[in-house]
Design a protein around this ligand. Sequence first.
Ligand code: FEO
Length: 166
Amino acid sequence: MLSKTIESALNDQVKMEAESSQAYLAMASWAENQAGLDGVTAFFYRHSEEEREHMLKLIHFINERGGTAEIPALAQPRKSFANVQEAFKTLYEHELKVSDSINQLVDLALAEKDYATHNFLQWYVTEQMEEEKLARDLNDKLELIGQDKSGLYLFDRDLMGLKPHG
Ligand code: FEO
């Protein structure tokens, strides 16, 4: 059985994953309207789907452990970006916030001696490490590319088949 404290913290995380999914959906839609960003577009759509899966996993866990998952209202995500660099920088910064939030949840689970939740959260800890690394790598590449159009072309092509968690 979940304590009220853990239930509430897990529901906050449901919201955060939902917001991530919406934020990346908005990035995908923005990219889809830019010329020649098919790979970037596909990457953001896939990433949005993955975040939805992260959210669903939490919802099922809360409900299966005797809590009540809450489906939250969401704020309007950012709709447009100056360029690909700015979109990926925003994604990276967002993932850092998610990692921070997961780490705080892990701390809380330990403090509450909720070992089942602690165990469940390990999947998210690993996922965040992978997502952070990928986002950092992509930002590094974009920094090298700068405004070079052929570099951007190759970057976009490479993203076509790339999974958001690497
Ligand atoms: Fe599920 Fe990328 O945070």
